[in-house]
Design a protein around this ligand. Structure first.
Ligand SMILES: Nc1ncnc2c1ncn2[C@@H]1O[C@H](COP(=O)(O)OP(=O)(O)OP(=O)(O)O)[C@@H](O)[C@H]1O
Length: 439
């Protein structure tokens, strides 16, 4: 292959700046994944996660930026106007015409590569750097597996090695080895429609790994599985990811998958990375509502001064100690249900901070009372219940009013407080339960 050096790119692993324009949507995402590292792309629907994978796989052309894998540039648009877009190639993956309605198995990835070639997409950009999908050493597992419906499980797995130029016998031996590794040695002769979802997922993973990819891309690899199968398959997938020596990227909506499978999380919202880091730092200090909801925290933005955070957003209750009261927690509780005229809401936290800040606390930190409690903690406010539902062993209560928050209480407490939509309650959170960090 004609390796081309990437300016500023790292030699080993993946170095990418993915800029893709798709109608009104723009993806602008920088990704660096070291060899042996697994990164989870986590984000809400439409955030651009799949678009990022498709760009890496070569099913979507970059509008700008670059993709370099182990120092080789795979895509780097030049300055020529009128570059061809890979839309037809891409649509072969997502579009219905090639789906098999009987099996639910979509047209295989590699068929789409062939289609892309036939469309002339692969060689369509003069002066640009562009390696066509089938020449990228990338293994892809899509959420609906995209197995070849007409091939057996073994032949699906042997396809990659065959494509790499290995002989039939050797490819079959590799397939047999992989079937054994994923615990499906008995299933080699079955076709995709004769496999369960979990089995098909394993075959798809084996097929991707049997090609010895330099980069592994997994798009919602566990989404189609039931809860039990998901648990087993997640553990198995984790094992295989650990054994994979190249970079790997897992796209997921599911924070548990992300936390279990990945070394690092990149949270994508509206085409951009909004937060990244290891699971601990992202979950402990969420920086957007999406992440806060995902990890089950109440999150507010404001401006901190000492132990107080004055919240943004025109919140209209003074809770706990208002400005001017002592920060040491010794002052009297001062919860005041207020109208908009009474100023912003202030939360009191244990640790002092200065400047733009986030304040976060878990629903379990919120205590609810029918009457304003005596000797209240510093943060006390009047709230109206807007929703009540079961949450694990507890009841999760949505609170409306000046400070929208979720509270977890025991079923006994929920019954005792007669919690139902419209009911007025008093809510408190101890200062020591409120985490603050710079925004
Ligand atoms: N073929 C297309 N043409 C134009 N826009 C598209 C196309 N496919 C997707 N989009 C848009 O691109 C954006 C990103 O979509 P993408 O599928 O990458 O998101 P995602 O994060 O993977 O979402 P999900 O979690 O729902 O799969 C969305 O706004 C979507 O509507």
């Amino acid at each position: 292959m004609n390796a081309a050096a990437d300016p500023g790119g790292q030699a080993a692993g993946l170095d990418a700046h993915l800029v893709v324009d798709r109608g009104g949507f723009r993806l602008d995402l920088r990704l660096h994944v070291a060899p042996g590292e697994t990164v989870a792309l986590l984000g809400p629907n439409g955030a651009g996660k799949t678009t990022a994978l498709r760009a890496l796989a070569g099913l979507e052309q970059l509008s700008d930026g670059h993709i370099a894998l182990n120092g080789e540039v795979l895509d780097r648009p030049g300055s020529q106007p009128g570059r061809m877009r890979a839309a037809r190639s891409g649509s072969q993956i997502d579009g219905p015409p090639n789906d098999n309605p009987d099996t639910g198995v979509r047209q295989p990835f590699s068929d789409a590569f062939e289609q892309g070639r036939a469309d002339g997409v692969a060689g369509g950009r003069r002066g640009d750097r562009w390696v066509p999908p089938e020449e990228r050493r990338i293994g892809v597992v899509f959420q609906d597996y995209l197995l070849f419906p007409h091939l057996t499980a073994a032949d699906n797995i042997a396809f990659g090695p065959r494509r790499r130029g290995l002989g039939r016998a050797e490819s079959r031996a590799i397939a047999a080895e992989w079937l054994e590794r994923v615990g499906l040695q008995e299933f080699g002769k079955r076709r995709p429609k004769q496999l369960s979802g979990g089995q098909a997922q394993r075959v798809a993973l084996a097929r991707a790994l049997a090609s010895e990819p330099a980069l592994l891309l997994l798009d919602e690899p566990l989404a189609a599985l039931d809860a039990r199968t998901r648990l087993d398959t997640r553990a198995e997938l984790h094992r295989h990811l650990t054994g994979h020596t190249g970079p790997a990227i897992v796209v997921t909506h599911d924070p548990v998958d992300a936390l279990m499978l990945a070394d690092r999380l990149v949270v994508v919202e509206d085409g951009r990375a909004v937060q990244e880091g290891d699971a601990e730092s992202v979950t402990a200090r969420p920086r957007t509502d999406y992440i806060a909801r995902l990890v089950g925290l109440n999150l507010y933005r404001g401006v901190a001064e000492g132990n107080q955070v004055v919240l943004d957003g025109g919140l209209s209750v003074a809770a706990a100690a208002g400005p001017g009261r002592g920060d040491d927690g010794s002052g009297p509780a001062t919860a005041v249900a207020a109208g908009p005229a009474e100023g912003p809401m202030v939360l009191v936290a244990a640790d002092p901070l200065s400047g733009p800040a986030f304040a976060a606390f878990p629903p379990s930190a919120v205590a609810l009372y029918p009457e304003r409690p005596e000797g209240s903690p510093r943060n006390t406010w009047r709230a109206t219940v807007s929703g009540v539902h079961r949450h694990g062993d507890n009841v999760r209560v949505q609170l409306d009013g000046p400070l929208k928050a979720a509270a977890d209480v025991t079923p006994a407490a929920a019954a005792q407080l007669r919690l139902e939509p419209g009911r007025g309650v008093w809510a408190t959170v101890k200062a020591s339960e409120i985490r603050t960090y710079p925004a």
